[in-house]
Design a protein around this ligand. Structure first.
Ligand SMILES: C[S@@+](CC[C@H](N)C(=O)[O-])C[C@H]1O[C@@H](n2cnc3c(N)ncnc32)[C@H](O)[C@@H]1O
Length: 266
């Protein structure tokens, strides 16, 4: 069972916005006038980065009047990318306070503070009223949440009837043991990777119908190539890199980046 404190401890890192601003300054950017595209190498914490965010958003039939919830929004990279591209308001929620603080500064630097609102809180007990959103997305978050049933019940509670919910997580699709560290967990105690059927069953119990399932392995090729080019194989007994471990598991078919698109029934 993953604990909220252990997950937040794993992700937190003081001064994320400052570190991003400093990296961008050294690349020659004016940090008072940024865009989600400029920020994307630093604030999209999932396989496939910004193209994957737009792929997920593309499954949600968004319009400028959509009210989109991003569950486990991190520092708000996906939320800003979608708000800027579709002109809709995006509300994010994340367990890691540092990410929410950084996300506020990054949204302001993009001039997106009116369209993007980020909250510190748990996906398992969201501070939002019933049926307050018509769309929801969740990118690479379920791997840290053991209780998929409460996660799905909360998503269903805050969505309107017929509302759409797209999950994009690393899921277990083959037999075998995960070798840690992984990008989302230093060891098994903060990891809750599950097969697609576990999400689908929990979602059905919460009142969701599965509309579509997509395997994102082919789309992850640029990520895999980047990791293989930048993370050398460990030598002399050094521990393996977390991204290289992930690539190995994707290539051997143990894990797959997987998108599930649900619609709330009733
Ligand atoms: C790999 S990051 C992905 C962040 C973001 N979705 C993105 O793609 O940039 C996983 C995020 O899930 C958040 N998270 C994990 N468990 C959570 C929970 N129970 N409630 C809310 N957020 C959670 C972590 O704090 C972290 O920001």
């Amino acid at each position: 069972m993953t604990s909220a404190d252990a997950v937040e401890t794993y992700y937190q890192g003081q001064g994320l916005a400052g570190r991003i601003f400093s990296a961008l300054r050294s690349e020659g950017h004016d940090i008072t006038s940024l865009t989600p595209e400029i920020l994307a190498p630093y604030d999209e914490f999932h396989v496939g980065g910004m193209p994957a965010t737009h792929r997920v958003a593309g499954r949600l039939s968004l319009t400028p009047s959509s009210r989109l919830l991003d569950i486990g929004c991190g520092a708000g990279g996906p939320a800003r990318a979608v708000a800027a591209a579709h002109g809709c308001h995006v509300t994010g929620i994340d367990l890691t306070g540092d990410f929410i603080t950084a996300g506020g500064r990054l949204s302001a630097a993009c001039g997106l503070q009116a369209l993007v609102t980020l909250h510190h809180g748990s996906a398992l007990e969201m501070p939002f009223e019933e049926a307050g959103f018509d769309r929801a997305m969740m990118l690479h978050v379920g791997m840290n949440i053991t209780d998929k049933q409460t996660l799905m019940a909360e998503a269903a509670r805050v969505l309107i009837s017929d509302g759409l919910f797209c999950v994009y997580d690393m899921m277990q699709v083959g037999d075998g043991e995960i070798t840690f560290p992984m990008p989302w967990a230093s060891d098994a105690s903060v990891s809750a990777v599950a097969p697609p059927d576990m999400y689908i069953t929990a979602a059905a119990r919460a009142g969701f119908e599965l509309l579509a399932r997509h395997d994102g392995t082919a789309a992850a090729k640029p990520f895999i190539d980047h990791v293989m080019a930048t993370k050398p194989a460990p030598r002399d007994g050094a521990p393996p890199d977390r991204f290289r471990n992930l690539v190995t598991h994707i290539e051997t078919g143990l894990l797959a980046p997987t998108e599930l698109v649900f619609q709330k029934t009733g």
